[in-house]
Structures are given as C-alpha cells and as structure tokens.
Design a protein around this ligand. Structure first.
Ligand code: NAG
Ligand code: NAG
Length: 372
C-alpha cells in the first residue's frame, strides 16, 4: 500500500460506525473553535466600537468644542457666567438668615433685580415680617453696609455666600446687601453681559445711596471671583460718591488669564489651536470683557485683596499679580491696596475664606485704616 492509500484507509476507518463517539467529539471540537472565533470576533467588535467612540468624543471635545467656543460669543457667555447652573433660590429662613428682607431693585430699563437685605446681628433678631415692615428706615444706625457682588453660577442663597453674610452680619455687625445680576435667580431673565452686570451693581449702589440716603463712606463693596472683576469695572466708572473701600476675594487679572488657569481649560492647553480658540476670541467678545488690570488706574477706592494659597479655581498668583498692579497704577493719593493671604493648611480653597477666625479683624482693621 502506498502511504497515500494507507492514509485514506485510516480516514475511511474513521467513518465506520464504531467510531461515532469519536466523530461526535470532533464535531464538538469544531463547535468550540467556532465559539472561540465568535468570541474573538465580538471582542474585536466591542473594541472597534469603543475606539470609534473615543475617536468621535475626542474630535468633539478637542476640535469641535474649541471651534464652537471660538465662533460663538453666546457659548462663551454661557460658560463664563453659568447663570443657568443653580439649585434654585431659597428663602432666607431656609438658609438660617433671620430678619432678612427679600426686595426688588430696578436696574436698566425693565430690569428688576432680586435683592436681600440682611441686618447687623441677624442671628439675634426676632422681629417678624410685619414688625420689620413697620420700621421706616432699617439703615438708621451707623453700621457699615456691605454690597456683596457674587461670582459665577448659583444665586444669592448659595451656601458659601450665606456663610460669609453670617460672618459679616454677626461678627462684624454690618448690614449686607446681596443681589442677583440679570439672568440669575429671580432677577429679570435676559442674558448677563459684563456691561449689564456692571450696570446692575451700579443700580444697587445708587438705590442704597439715593433711595435709602446711605452716604458712600458707609458703603463697602465686596466682590468674589468673577464678582471682583464686576466690582473693579463698577468702581472704575464711579467718579463721585465713591464707596469707602472694596474687598476683592479671590480675584483675577483678566478674564483670559482666569480662563487659562481654570481647571477645565487646562485640558485644552496642549492643543496647537488653544490660543486661537480660547484666548483670542475672548479678547474680542465685548459681552464678557473683564480686564481689571486695565481699569485699576481709575479706581479711587482703597482695595483689600484676599486670596487663599490653595485656591484651585483662581490661582493665588492672580490675586498677587493684581495687587502688584494696583500698587503701581492706582492713584497715589489714596490708601494703598493691601494683600492678605491664607495658608495652604487651612484648606479654604476658592470659596471658604469666611471660615477664617481672623477675617473679621482683618476686614475691620482695613476699613478703620481707610476711615482716617
Ligand atoms: C449700561 O448702562 C449704560 C449707561 O446708562 C447704557 O448705555 C448701556 O446700554 C447699559 N448696558 C446694558 C447692557 O444694559
Ligand atoms: C488688559 O489691559 C492691559 C492694559 O490696558 C493690556 O495691556 C492687556 O493687553 C489687556 N489684556 C487683555 C488680555 O486684554
């Protein structure tokens, strides 16, 4: 027998009935192989699907989003003001504020702003609304009035803001006036802009001075984060009856600089088109124009700058830089800008300087120093 024939025989033998179990086994084996192939195929499909998705997301995030950001001033406004990010305006009592009045103040034509007035020592106040309404002038004491200008997102009832009002009212015995800009909380719903927000701040300031007869020497403006840029814009536009002092908590130099250091933007910094998409376009957007460094030479109000070293939103250096510029360019006949930093280990970050036990004395001393 040739080897060829022998092999055939063997093969033929295999097909004899006695070998049925063997054959079944082989079929089984073939099935396993197929299953294995199927598995490999589906793993491959899943992998392909994932990679495709990652690719699409990457293109959207790193290409489309920057281009949309560049080409739309509205998208820039949306991301810079975040006025739609809020968990609702709560009643003052719900956040533990006593004797707090909820008011409306008119700003530009047909714009109404929601405002709270928190009196000094609110925690000890037991008057009800009727009793409060019977007092004709709640500002009829000599206490300082803080006009609080808040940052992006949220409302005047956001908790870290309320924490500060309580310190100002109970520990420093000041009045607090806090408001929501247009487009925020219960204020008239139109798009906020840097101009509009400045006008709103001015409207509340005028309301204090003119409607309530509070002299400007009794008013201190307190801006936080984006509110510091609004405050500087506002202060640079006031030529008479200027506020006594201003506190800039966690400020930045320009909106572009703030955007560069903003945590989310860091994700894009490596892109070759980063500057073109984010930096240049913001410089051209008149609706989000905030350049505090360009305005300080017109600010005659003495400034106290507060910044925590562990601020993860607006880095500490921004506050320091702003202070240096203020020292250089603010008019020389006014009290010099002061800078107070808060150490890393305190953990105040961007929003919790109000927790500092020394804050009342730091602020009161500064205001006293301006009084002379
Ligand atoms: C802000 O006020 C100025 C001066 O009254 C006015 O010309 C301007 O239109 C106002 N801006 C906005 C956005 O309402
Ligand atoms: C801000 O203003 C300063 C002074 O006018 C100017 O030199 C600087 O380029 C401005 N910055 C931006 C980012 O617009």
């Amino acid at each position: 027998m040739t080897p060829e024939l022998k092999r055939r025989r063997v093969v033929d033998d295999d097909t004899t009935p006695t070998n049925v179990p063997n054959q079944l086994e082989r079929i089984q084996n073939d099935d396993d192989d197929e299953q294995f192939d199927d598995k490999r195929l589906s793993v491959y499909r899943i992998l392909k699907y994932c990679l495709l998705n990652i690719l699409i997301i990457t293109i959207i995030v790193f290409l489309f989003f920057p281009i949309i950001f560049r080409s739309s001033f509205t998208v820039q406004q949306l991301l810079i003001f975040m006025n739609y990010v809020n968990f609702g305006l709560t009643e003052p009592v719900q956040v533990g504020l006593h004797c707090t009045r909820n008011l409306k103040v008119s700003s530009d034509e047909s714009i109404q702003l929601g405002v709270w007035h928190i009196p000094p020592d609110e925690s000890k106040c037991t008057l009800n609304d009727d009793q409060l309404n019977q007092i004709d002038n709640l500002f009829n004491d000599e206490r300082m009035v803080i006009l609080y200008v808040h940052g992006i997102g949220g409302t005047r009832s956001t908790s870290h803001r309320v924490d500060l009002y309580k310190v100002l009212s109970n520990q420093m015995h000041f009045h607090v006036i806090t408001f929501d800009y247009r487009g925020f909380a219960d204020s008239t719903h139109i798009w906020p802009t840097s101009d509009g927000m400045t006008n709103d701040t001015n409207a509340v300031y005028r309301w204090l001075r003119i409607n309530h007869g509070i002299p400007s020497e009794r008013i201190v403006v307190w801006g936080h984060s984006l509110g510091t840029a609004v405050t500087v814009r506002f202060l640079s536009s006031v030529t008479e009856n200027i506020p006594k002092a201003a506190i800039l908590e966690a400020p930045f130099t320009t909106i572009q600089d703030a955007t560069i250091v903003f945590p989310i933007t860091r994700l894009f910094k490596f892109l070759p088109w980063y500057e073109w998409c984010f930096f240049e376009s913001l410089a051209q957007n008149p609706k989000t124009r905030f350049n505090s460094t360009a305005l300080l030479d017109r600010v005659r109000t003495p400034l106290l700058i507060l910044h925590a070293k562990d601020d993860g939103i607006i880095p500490f250096n921004q506050g320091k830089q702003l202070h240096q510029i203020a020292e250089q360019i603010q008019p020389t006949d006014i009290v010099r800008a002061r800078f107070v930093s808060f150490e890393w280990d305190k953990g105040y970050g961007h929003k919790y300087i109000a927790k500092d036990p020394d804050l009342p004395s730091v602020v009161t001393n500064f205001i006293e120093s301006v009084r002379q």
